[in-house]
Write a protein that binds this ligand. Sequence first.
Ligand code: ZN
Ligand code: MN
Length: 148
Amino acid sequence: MKKRPGVPQSRFRMTPQRAEILRLLEGNTSHPSAEEIYRGVHRKFPRISFATVYNTLQSLFRKGELLEIRIDPKRSRFDPSTAPHAHLMCVKCGTIADVRRPAKLKPLGKPAGFKVLSCNVEFYGVCPACAGKAAPKEAAKCQKRTRK
Ligand code: ZN
Ligand code: MN
């Protein structure tokens, strides 16, 4: 996703707390949750509330400064890398890795009159650290869930 142009910069006040959130996210490839980001900011600003951190993440998202990733069914995860890429999540530990994807993906046919605006690619798997511990049943759970 490209940065959305035309959003007035003046509406976003740069407070030390916001700067710290941006600093924590800069180059961060771990796709942290809002709770993890809150714990990081809280170390430097013990009086900051979770709501402030969460609202800041939402306004950064609206500005196109970060992505909100929905691959983890338990919680939103955040990504400062807004270039087109896909994600691969470990179903055991929740680690999310970046993976490359074709720049343009098209559906194979679509309902008449529909215009496609965006596309989200999510992969699920087991990371190398968990592969040793993973019972074969666990790894297959994800695919079997819909057949129950
Ligand atoms: Zn794992
Ligand atoms: Mn990513």
